[in-house]
Design a protein around this ligand. Structure first.
Ligand SMILES: Nc1ncnc2c1ncn2[C@@H]1O[C@H](COP(=O)(O)OP(=O)(O)OP(=O)(O)O)[C@@H](O)[C@H]1O
Length: 307
């Protein structure tokens, strides 16, 4: 797949000296969905705002669809749609007029047929002549998406698309994002919800304190999720691992043994391990297992980043 967006060495220091981005590098492939996860204040909105031209970077470069963001800003910006966090719609306007107006802002000729196609994709077509004020919160969010899509961008940024909405609406949004992906548009979304990243993304990026801590294929992360820990309580606590067990994936924790294994591997090695423990003269009195979740991986990463 071709690279559609490249961000290199991006930094942002706000007036007053706060460094919100500390050298961010991201490369996005056309057609993928990247979820950017990060705690409050991590720099997600700052990053999106710079790529969308709302804010300026202190240093670094951005290329969109081959266009340099500084030298060819109009061409680069034309390829981007932004769905902002806040609902900023004109309450008395109709859905159709509101979306038409956004298309005009990009200097595109009027094309109501195209707008109607977009409204159909977003299940909004039957509301096209309704005033915005008569729509539900979920529908208003979809109007924001229609406005962001009306100039046919190739990349769509969704900043916290489901912040503060109920579980059902969140699932509707996931469904819409899946539909958008089918049309070939590249999607970058920010979220606090790990389950949301898990449900929608091809890749997951974790950002904390202005730094990207990781960007990884979701499936690779799920493999990491597949790692489990077997906690082995011994009849007598030990101070160090017997030499015969040194090459095992074992560690000592509070005098007990913890064995890490991959649930997706052909063999977990547990049967052999138990035999080896017996041979080493260790007697176990209890066993328990613990699965590491994406949430734990995320919390650990952010904690390490803060250290
Ligand atoms: N205009 C500004 N002037 C000064 N500091 C700012 C400005 N905008 C954002 N910041 C600071 O920069 C940091 C990053 O903010 P940003 O909004 O990018 O984070 P975020 O990851 O989007 O957070 P959230 O999830 O809460 O929206 C924060 O510490 C924030 O207080």
């Amino acid at each position: 797949m071709a690279e559609i967006l490249k961000v290199s060495g991006l930094t942002k220091t706000y007036e007053g000296g706060h460094q919100a981005l500390k050298g961010v590098d991201v490369s996005i492939e056309e057609g993928e969905i990247l979820a950017l996860l990060g705690p409050n204040g991590a720099g997600k909105t700052t990053l999106i705002s710079i790529v969308c031209g709302i804010s300026t970077a202190t240093s670094g470069t951005i290329t969109v669809g081959g266009y340099d963001h500084d030298r060819d800003f109009r061409a680069a910006r034309d390829l981007i749609g932004l769905v902002p966090q806040e609902i900023n719609l004109e309450p008395f306007e109709t859905v159709m007029n509101s979306v038409r107006f956004s298309r005009g802002l990009f200097g595109k000729p009027r094309d109501d047929q195209r707008i109607e196609e977009i409204l159909k994709l977003l299940s909004l077509h039957d509301k096209k002549d309704n005033r915005i004020m008569t729509l539900s919160g979920g529908m208003k969010r979809r109007v924001l998406i229609a406005k962001a899509l009306c100039h046919d961008p190739r990349i769509l940024f969704l900043d916290e698309p489901t912040a503060g909405v109920d579980v059902e609406l969140r699932k509707d949004m996931w469904e819409i994002v899946a539909r958008l992906k089918e049309t070939g548009v590249t999607i970058i979304l920010t979220t606090h919800y790990i389950e949301e990243a898990e449900a929608m993304a091809d890749r997951i990026g974790v950002i904390s304190k202005g730094e990207i801590l990781l960007i990884e294929e979701k499936d690779a992360l799920i493999k990491r999720l597949g790692r489990k820990e077997l906690q082995i309580e011994l009849s007598a606590q030990i101070d160090e691992l017997p030499k015969s067990l040194a090459d095992k994936d074992l560690r000592l924790e509070n005098g007990h043994l913890v064995y890490t294994y991959d649930t997706q591997a052909n063999s977990t090695g547990i049967t052999g391990l138990l035999a080896d423990l017996r041979a080493a003269g260790l007697h176990m009195v209890d066993l328990s297992t613990k699965q590491s979740s994406l949430e734990e991986i995320f919390v650990d990463l952010v904690k390490e980043g803060a250290a």
